[in-house]
Design a protein around this ligand. Sequence first.
Ligand SMILES: Nc1nc2c(ncn2[C@@H]2O[C@H](COP(=O)(O)OP(=O)(O)OP(=O)(O)O)[C@@H](O)[C@H]2O)c(=O)[nH]1
Length: 545
Amino acid sequence: MGTQKKEKQRRVRQNDTRDGNLRVKGENFYRDAKKVKHLQMYKTGRAVRNAKGEIIKEADLQSTDAPTARVDPNRKWFGNTRVIGQDALTHFREAMGDKKHNSYQVLLRRNKLPMSLLDEKDQADSPTAKILETESYEHAFGPKQQRKKPRNVNASSLEELAQITEQDSQKYDEKQELDSTLGLMGGSFLDNDDFTQAAKEAIFHKGQSKRIWNELYKVIDSSDVVIHVLDARDPEGTRCASVEKYIREECPHKHLIYVLNKCDLIPTWVAAAWVKHLSKSYPTLAFHASITNSFGKGSLIQLLRQFSSLHSDRKQISVGFIGYPNTGKSSIINTLRRKKVCTVAPIPGETKVWQYITLMKKIFLIDCPGIVPPSSKDSESDILFRGVVRVEHVSNPEQYIADMLTKCERKHLERTYEVKGWSRFEEDPELLEKASLEFIELIARRQGRLLKGGEPDESGVSKQILNDFNRGKIPWFTAPPKDEEERTGEDKKAGYKRKRAEKAERENAKKQKIEDKINAEYAKEEEEINGQVDENEKEDKQDEN
Ligand SMILES: Nc1nc2c(ncn2[C@@H]2O[C@H](COP(=O)(O)OP(=O)(O)OP(=O)(O)O)[C@@H](O)[C@H]2O)c(=O)[nH]1
């Protein structure tokens, strides 16, 4: 083999004039270091065997001694994922927990906050977590286990099981109601729940059709602020609890507020008590819709402006108006726009499809058809008196007059229709039926609405009475909850008492002043008289001397 010198000579001899490192024969002549290392690897990778082929020394990778290895955790592994430390998480939960459920506070940029961390699922809720409370470990998992699927156990006693079953069925009913409200069940809940429901006339299902609910979804989906319009005369009756629940659970980032419309039809203290009561759930405004003589318009516009400035990153915000038919949604929009932009009528179902109206450059309003959440608890007369049904389509309207008589006060009916003398059912409830017929007849005779043969037009008059009731001609309202009423009543009473006391005090002070004046005059006169008497006595003595 040649040496370095020989290699040089060979190059000269063969006219190989290339530059660069010369390959030196020997270890590195044919293989470079990398190649050699690679080849060495194959040698070490094999087990050493004896003549019989048994392994005497295992290969590196065949070793059964597990190497101790620990991987140091590093946040960078998570790449773009945002991570939060335990302390920061606790702080976040404490700071946000209360605010999240407060409808008077607004969380901005919710999509930038890890909101899902707030709703930590309670592990204790799962039946598996409680298994060892109800059964001993030995019986649940040990050799004496008797149950095939112990994780399904949820109750320790029969009573508890019965209670849980009841709760489950209640939850199921609620879900069914919500599903049917949302149109998911195609109204099957209504059909199979209660036979009275099934017996209800078709017109009493107004506002419950799938088409109307689809319109509602469109409005809710497109709105940033949802205004739930309530009739001030019956706010609880015209509240759609299932829709509120849907908004709270499915789209908590939307702002929900109540507007108590038609406040002109109820006394101020009732409106104040209702506003106080409803404000506990959501911000509430009292309103009277009228283009020329409205109430609450300024506050509502102010509130919408505030919502719009909260979402200053958006080009515009949309405000959806939802609620029972005939509560005045379209009227409120007309009031805000100060002109007739939506059709308004004293009949329910006037608004058929949703429509967009521009209030100002940054605020759009959306009118929605009236909706009625289906409920098995509402009777036909409940639905009728909420103004949901067109009275002209009701058959035998006289059957509802008795209910109306119990709702309204006698003096109001007497004043409205200028009639008197129907039976006093207040003292004997059995007279109610008779009283309602007498009431209809009295009005029919007074207004001359008689049929052939002088018979009163009962059906026509009853429809007119029901229409008058729904349009607010007959004074009526549902009383606010007892505590509010009492407190407002108490406030009022305390106010009256204080005023009376102040007045009495003022009068007493006045009297005292007069008395003091009189007493002072008396004292002066007495002094004068006494002075004169003394002088007379002196003169008499002088005369005697
Ligand atoms: N007294 C009084 N009547 C009102 C008020 N607001 C609305 N109304 C009347 O209520 C009736 C119904 O008003 P609409 O605005 O058509 O009601 P709506 O909620 O849009 O009704 P739908 O189209 O069925 O959804 C109309 O006759 C209005 O004049 C109010 O504040 N006071």
